[in-house]
Design a protein around this ligand. Structure first.
Ligand SMILES: NC(=O)c1ccc[n+]([C@@H]2O[C@H](COP(=O)([O-])OP(=O)(O)OC[C@H]3O[C@@H](n4cnc5c(N)ncnc54)[C@H](OP(=O)(O)O)[C@@H]3O)[C@@H](O)[C@H]2O)c1
Length: 275
């Protein structure tokens, strides 16, 4: 992607806003596979120094990519990652919380126990809240930083069959992000939310596989079933992890310097309403 040029009527020299992230220090959660791995790769490609984290490290790590293994559903795991970010990177310019998911059973609201709710909230809300609390003050002190939280269109379009707790946690994450953006904006720190629809990630592949074997249908049919459960996707396909990563790279870079406190949907048109 090239640089962007802006001019005004008085025709000063064109301003060039780079899409490079050379030397910027980035922490990416959920970076072991799927969307988080694509985000880590994209930021690294733009020149950032990336520290990834998940419970399992990828088998091969490229240059300028470091990894810390931790479970972010516990305060101890978050503390470990924050400590390693400070030690290995010496501060942070970019924080991308890609971590999230659901492991609740199907059966609707009555099937969800306190334990299911606690897990959905720990994974989809509190991991980001705790990491921000540890790391955003450093960005505020430095007078610059960019934070992205990955939520979901389910915060607006909740599916009740198996992911109600997840949807509610993502809604809380989105509202929390807006308040954080308002608080830290005056100190040069931007906070944005990326809300994907269906992404063809490793997590989604697993779901398609389970539906396909469970019901004795083909993977194509299983994929169609997931898309139907969302009410269809006007573009006719899920998003690719690399496409979500592209949006994140834009939001943490200088081309989006005036954008904060906003939710950015990437869903192939799935949400059928405005706003
Ligand atoms: N896929 C979709 O269709 C979709 C739709 C809307 C929103 N989203 C959101 O997009 C984000 C990425 O989703 P994805 O489908 O790309 O994810 P994914 O393929 O399921 O990957 C999840 C990543 O998070 C890590 N992780 C899981 N539990 C963890 C824990 N307790 N502590 C630390 N790391 C943990 C996983 O590694 P380990 O298991 O090794 O820890 C993995 O690296 C999530 O926030 C998700 O909610 C996804």
């Amino acid at each position: 992607m090239g640089a962007m040029h802006t001019t005004d009527d008085a025709s000063p020299p064109p301003v060039t806003i780079s899409d490079r992230l050379d030397g910027r220090r980035a922490l990416v959660t959920g970076a072991g596979r799927g969307t988080g791995a694509a985000v880590a790769a994209r930021l690294r490609e733009a020149g950032a120094i990336v520290l990834g984290t998940a419970r399992t490290a990828p088998p091969v790590l490229p240059d300028r990519h470091d990894f810390v293994v931790a479970d972010l559903t516990s305060p101890d795991g978050v503390a470990r990652v924050a400590e390693q970010a400070a030690e290995r990177l010496g501060g942070l310019d970019i924080l991308v919380n890609t971590l999230g998911g659901s492991r609740s059973p199907s059966g609707g609201f009555a099937a969800l126990t306190d334990e299911h709710w606690a897990h959905e909230l720990d994974l989809n809300l509190l991991a980001a809240v705790r990491l921000d609390r540890a790391l955003v003050p450093g960005m505020v002190g430095a007078g610059r930083g960019a934070v992205v939280h990955v939520a979901s269109i389910q915060r607006r379009q909740p599916l009740h069959a198996a992911t109600l707790g997840y949807a509610a946690a993502k809604a809380a994450l989105t509202t929390y992000s807006k308040g954080l953006a308002n608080e830290v904006g005056p100190y040069g720190v931007r906070v944005n939310v990326v809300s994907p629809g269906f992404i063809r990630s490793s997590g989604a592949d697993g779901l398609v596989e389970r539906l396909s074997t469970g019901q004795g249908i083909t993977r194509e049919e299983a994929l169609g079933q997931v898309m139907d459960s969302l009410g269809g996707i006007p573009l006719g396909r899920p998003s690719e992890p690399a496409e979500v990563a592209e949006l994140v790279a834009f939001l943490v870079g200088d081309r989006s310097a005036a954008i904060t406190g906003a939710e950015h949907t990437i869903d192939g048109g799935t949400v059928p309403t405005v706003g």
